[in-house]
Design a protein around this ligand. Structure first.
Ligand SMILES: NC(=O)c1ccc[n+]([C@@H]2O[C@H](COP(=O)([O-])OP(=O)(O)OC[C@H]3O[C@@H](n4cnc5c(N)ncnc54)[C@H](O)[C@@H]3O)[C@@H](O)[C@H]2O)c1
Length: 216
């Protein structure tokens, strides 16, 4: 990436909700691009992700993307720019640990590849699963973890093991250079603050949804 290509706003300056919204704009802009739409505006983009047009304008101006009055935003340029800010122009390598019900579904999901995430390997302790391939990704023995991490140098790990195993797995991947963890196990991972962790706890999300309905 040369200096001209570098986004002006550094990732650290963006709040977590703003990064989440940028990711949603990115997804919707890709859909617009695929459908042949060449320009859009803050009002239409806002309707697509269910926020206000003012929030869209603020988010986009924080990454130095401003629409032109009466013309709006060029979809292709905006996709490219948001992608660069989010690091999607970069190929990220990820490993998945735990190929059970959830791990199988994740390995079959095509959406990761489209956003520049390539799954270099999956791991499981169950020897009956080792050697198989799911969604094009080979399942390796968990004992091979360090070897693969050393050779392929993935930046990200997706943890889909039972919660009792998740902390041990996290410690092992972090010890071998993983910088970010997407954790599906419903447990809190205690890792160095230098490692980014995103927890996806579907039961907790459902609980929050029920709370909102009850108290809405
Ligand atoms: N299945 C779902 O819809 C779902 C939804 C949300 C969250 N989760 C969470 O995701 C995790 C996985 O759920 P699941 O339903 O796929 O479970 P599962 O029991 O079907 O699969 C777990 C897999 O992890 C493997 N495993 C166990 N310890 C391991 C280790 N140390 N290293 C490598 N592999 C190991 C097992 O052999 C098994 O293949 C759990 O923490 C669960 O709570 C699951």
């Amino acid at each position: 990436m040369n200096d001209e290509q570098k986004p002006h706003t550094t990732r650290g300056e963006l709040s977590t909700p703003a990064v989440g919204r940028l990711s949603l704009y990115y997804r919707e802009l890709h859909r617009l691009l695929d459908s042949g739409t060449t320009s859009t505006n803050s009002r239409d983009l806002a309707a697509l992700v269910n926020v206000s047009a003012a929030v869209v304008r603020r988010d986009l101006s924080s990454i130095q993307s401003s629409g032109r009055r009466g013309v709006g935003y060029d979809v292709a340029m905006l996709v490219e720019h948001i992608g660069r800010v989010l690091g999607s122009g970069v190929q990220w390598k990820a490993v998945l640990i735990g190929v059970g019900s959830l791990g199988n579904a994740l390995l079959r999901y095509k959406g990761f590849e489209q956003l520049g995430f390539s799954l270099v390997a999956a791991f499981d302790t169950d020897s009956t699963k080792v050697g198989r391939s799911v969604g094009g990704t080979a399942i390796r023995a968990f004992d091979d973890l360090e070897l693969v991490l050393r050779e392929s140098k993935p930046e990200l790990a997706i943890i889909a093991v039972p919660s009792e195993q998740a902390m041990d797995v996290a410690a092992r991947v972090v010890a071998h250079g993983i910088q970010g963890i997407l954790n599906f196990a419903p447990t809190t991972l205690r890792v160095s603050s230098a490692v980014a962790v995103i927890n996806v706890d579907l039961a907790s999300e459902l609980q929050q949804l029920a709370f909102r309905i009850q108290n809405g």
